[in-house]
Structure formats: structure tokens, C-alpha cells
Design a binder for this molecule. Structure first.
Ligand code: ATP
Ligand code: MN
Length: 465
């Protein structure tokens, strides 16, 4: 099936040349003069190729005039300069082969406008719509731009394990993995509890919530690394910003402090904005028109923006001045809510903000303790519209301080033996962050719900396909 992508055909000006294309019909209309006009899309780009099929074709009445939305076709024809406005070229068909028919009464995408909620129920077909085609092509460019950015800076791509026995951060938010028979769980005679010694790994195992701890071990050997893989959180929160399965990018940098970490985060975000602007002009123009007005202007502005940097304490002072506008009143010691994050980015700074040095009580045990005894070297990067996009920190590299903090958090240092070894043997200052990939795709497409920027969203009670 040698064929040319429609994207390449549309860019070609080789008039008179033969091309073979394959795709799905979006629409068909017949002219009085004995032609069928078929708008063909193959997913290679947003635009359709107009195929002009003459009545002289042998299957004109039997097949071509029966083409409806969704029918798959292979077309061979000559490239012709288009007389119609809005397109430079069209294909004059010499043969039209119907590969697969598509019953218009049953096909879920036959009708014109369909809500995103309805499309989620047919997620296996929704990539054939303009919106989801654009979103997925933008997602692809963001992924490649991520690899390019880190590779060009000497970071090594590191694959963290998905199955893990370290119940690192939010233990309650993990998915447990087991091969035990749920209907006949083996119990330990002495304690009456489930006997995980009989489970596949001989102990409880979960899906990872973050590859960070493992990435730290490789940063402390290869220098700079980054993960880019799936992570899992069994959060019950049903929001437009949370998924149960999402992709995270986690760079980890040896010999770096919090300011270095923030510098990398800033450069990385600008590189992503620049990449989509350069590589997805058509898909972005569509999103700007149909999904979110002002998207292009915002991305263009942010691609060169300097990020504001403030401390958590300063952030609280700013928020307290506007306490009336919030549902949740801010005060020192509380975690920033989404409404606070957005207020800072949208109303105070009108652009990205990096908030640093959070109270240690609301942050993870591995963050480096500051000299004030109250805060840790953490940072969150906040963007307009989405709030938190990145969470990061300088890691505690002092063995005694880290062990003490693990105990304070009610955990057992012994179960972190390998993590603590990094501090025993040639410890170095190091820092890193995590970026939620889908939050980035959401930000760059203007999509309102995070479920609509990943092919098959997983959320509470949502796991079809
Ligand atoms: P939030 O407060 O928004 O839930 P978090 O503090 O739990 O975020 P981190 O643990 O710092 O987030 O994770 C790093 C990044 O991963 C976040 O900045 C965010 O971009 C992304 N992220 C976190 N949880 C989710 C989720 N459930 N779905 C999608 N992305 C997420
Ligand atoms: Mn969270």
C-alpha cells in the first residue's frame, strides 16, 4: 500500500504528478456537472485533501456516490492547482477504492457537533475528529521537544520501574498490584492479616506514583537524567486537573541547588512553548479559534517570558491581601489551593510564577531543610489557567538530617536503605522536579478537561478501552 501522506500532498506543487493517498472521508457532495467532491483526511495534518471524482469512473454510482462520513478510501489521481478558494491543490481521481464502508446511521461521528463528554464514551474513534487530531499531534510534538531539550543539555533518558515496593510519598494514593486470589486471601495465622509472603513478590507492591527516588540514584552516577513515563495515583479527587494514570517528566540534576533547578524548569517550559508554536501552527490556530480564544497570544507571550520568583511567605502575604476573593482563606502553613495558584499567576504576576521555600510540614520528607528550621527548598511552578504545572525541590543530601526527617514523618529509615546509601557514599547536592505531561498538553491546547488530552483517560470509575 504505497501512499503519500496528505500533509505532503498539500504541500506539494508538482502539478500533473500522480499521487496515491489513503484516509477517511469527512464529507462528500455531488455537483450537477457530474463530479463528486470528497474531503479526505488521513490524520497526518489538520487539513483535508479535496478529491474530485468524475462520473466516468466505473464505480461512480455503485460506490463513490454512496460514500459517507467515515468511509475509508484509497485514491490514485493527479495533483491539480485548485480553482476553489481556501485550498491550493486538489486531487483529480483516476481510481477510488473503498476499503471499508461505514454505516451512517450507526457511526457515532456522523453527526456534526458532538460534546466532549459524548466523545469520551467513544474514545476509540474520537481521534478522527478535528479537535482530537489536533490535540494528539500537539501532544506528540511536546513529547519530542521534551527529549530534544534534555538530550541537548546532556541529560540521559532514564526508565524508572513501574512496579515498586517503596511506599514513598502518599501511601494512601497508591494502586496495589497483586496476583493473590481476592476471593481466598491467605492470612497469617499469628496476626490474622493478609500474608503477603505468599504474593508474587513476597511483599506488598504498588504502581509507582513517581520515579524520582530511583532517578536520584542514577543522577548520582550519570550526572543529569530525566524520566518520561507513566505514573499512577489513586486520588479520589474528580477534577479537571487529575488523572489516575498520567505521564510525568522528572529531571534529576546532580551538583545543583534550588536556583539551578528553577533555571532548568524555566528554560524547559519556554522550549516547549516555542516548539509547539513553530511545529504546530495549523493545529494551534484551530485550538485558538475553536477551543480557547487567546491561546496563541498567550503561548507566544510565554515563550519568551521571564518567570517571577517569590517565596512561599511572600506568596501568603500577597494572598492575604486578597483574602476576600477566596473560598479557602490563605494563611502561613496551609498548602496553596488551585484558586490561590491561579490568582498569583493571573492577577498578581500575569504570567508564570515560581514559588519557593514551602513549610516543611506540607512537603515531602526528601526535600532539603532550610536553615530557618521551618521551610524546605521546594518549588512549584504556577501557570495562568492551570495553576501548578511543576513541583520540585533540592533534595536533602545530609544523611543525619534525612534520617531524622524520615522518623519525624513516622516512617522507618531501614526501608529507605538504598536511598540513604546515596547520602552515605559520596553524597552530593542535587535537585529535580516533576512536570505532569497532560497538564502541559492541556495548557498548550486550551482543552478544559485533562481527560481530553490523553488517548484513554483513567479516572475514578473510568477505565473503558
Ligand atoms: P496537585 O497539588 O495539583 O495535586 P501534587 O502536588 O500532587 O499536585 P506532585 O506530587 O508535585 O503534584 O507531582 C508533580 C506534577 O505532576 C504536578 O506538578 C502536576 O503537574 C502533575 N500531577 C500531579 N498529580 C497529577 C494527577 N493526578 N494527574 C495529572 N497530573 C498530575
Ligand atoms: Mn496531588
Amino acid at each position: 500500500m504505497k501512499h503519500t501522506f496528505i500533509k505532503a500532498v498539500l504541500e506539494s506543487r508538482d502539478f500533473g504528478k500522480d499521487f496515491t493517498v489513503a484516509g477517511w472521508a469527512r464529507t462528500r457532495r455531488d455537483s450537477k456537472g457530474g463530479f463528486s467532491f470528497i474531503e479526505l483526511n488521513d490524520g497526518s495534518c489538520y487539513k483535508n485533501l479535496q478529491v474530485v471524482a468524475p462520473a466516468a469512473l466505473p464505480n461512480y454510482e455503485s460506490e463513490i456516490q454512496r460514500i459517507t462520513t467515515g468511509v475509508s478510501l484509497k485514491v490514485r489521481g493527479k495533483l491539480v492547482e485548485s480553482p476553489a478558494a481556501g485550498q491550493a491543490v486538489e486531487l483529480h481521481a483516476e481510481s477510488v477504492e473503498v476499503l471499508g464502508t461505514c454505516d451512517p446511521l450507526a457511526y457515532p461521528l456522523s453527526k456534526g457537533r458532538i460534546s466532549f463528554e459524548r466523545l469520551r464514551e467513544v474514545a476509540h474513534l474520537r481521534a478522527r475528529t478535528n479537535t482530537f487530531g489536533a490535540v494528539m499531534r500537539i501532544r506528540n510534538v511536546l513529547a519530542m521537544a521534551t527529549h530534544r531539550f534534555f538530550q541537548s543539555r546532556g541529560f540521559y533518558y532514564f526508565n524508572a520501574p513501574i512496579l515498586t515496593a517503596s511506599d514513598c510519598e502518599g501511601a494512601g494514593e497508591m494502586f496495589q498490584v497483586t496476583t493473590l486470589d481476592m476471593n481466598r486471601l491467605p492470612t497469617d495465622k499469628a496476626t490474622g492479616k493478609v500474608d503477603f509472603d505468599r504474593d508474587f513478590f513476597g511483599k506488598p507492591v504498588n504502581l509507582t506514583v513517581s520515579g524520582q527516588l530511583e532517578a536520584e540514584t542514577y543522577a548520582c552516577a550519570l550526572g543529569s537524567v530525566y524520566t518520561f513515563g507513566p505514573t499512577f495515583r489513586a486520588e479520589k479527587s474528580n477534577t479537571t486537573r487529575h488523572l489516575s494514570e498520567f505521564w510525568m517528566i522528572e529531571p534529576e540534576i546532580a551538583f545543583a541547588d534550588l536556583q539551578d533547578d528553577a533555571d532548568v524548569a524555566e528554560d524547559y517550559l519556554r522550549a516547549l512553548f516555542t516548539a509547539v508554536l513553530q511545529e504546530c501552527p495549523e493545529d494551534l490556530a484551530f485550538c485558538d479559534q475553536r477551543i480557547e480564544k487567546g491561546l496563541l497570544e498567550r503561548l507566544t507571550r510565554l515563550s519568551t517570558a521571564k518567570f517571577a520568583r517569590i517565596t512561599y511567605t511572600e506568596a501568603i502575604e500577597l494572598l492575604e491581601k486578597a483574602a476576600d476573593t477566596f473560598e479557602f482563606k490563605p494563611s502561613w502553613g496551609c498548602d496553596l489551593q488551585s484558586e490561590h495558584e491561579r490568582y498569583l499567576a493571573e492577577k498578581v504576576f500575569n504570567g508564570p510564577v515560581i514559588v519557593m521555600n514551602y513549610p516543611k510540614e506540607i512537603k515531602a520528607f526528601y526535600m532539603r531543610q532550610n536553615d530557618d528550621g521551618k521551610t524546605v527548598a521546594a518549588m512549584d511552578v504556577l501557570l495562568p489557567e492551570v495553576g501548578e504545572i511543576i513541583g520540585g525541590s533540592q533534595r536533602e543530601e545530609r544523611l543525619d538530617r534525612l534520617e531524622e526527617r524520615i522518623r519525624e514523618c513516622g516512617m522507618d529509615p531501614a526501608s529507605y536503605w538504598w536511598y540513604l546509601d546515596l547520602r552515605r557514599y559520596g553524597s552530593v547536592p542535587h535537585a529535580g522536579f516533576g512536570l505532569g505531561f497532560e497538564r502541559m498538553v492541556r495548557f498548550c491546547t486550551g482543552m478544559a478537561n485533562i481527560r481530553d488530552v490523553i488517548p484513554f483517560p483513567r479516572a475514578p470509575r473510568e477505565v473503558e478501552f
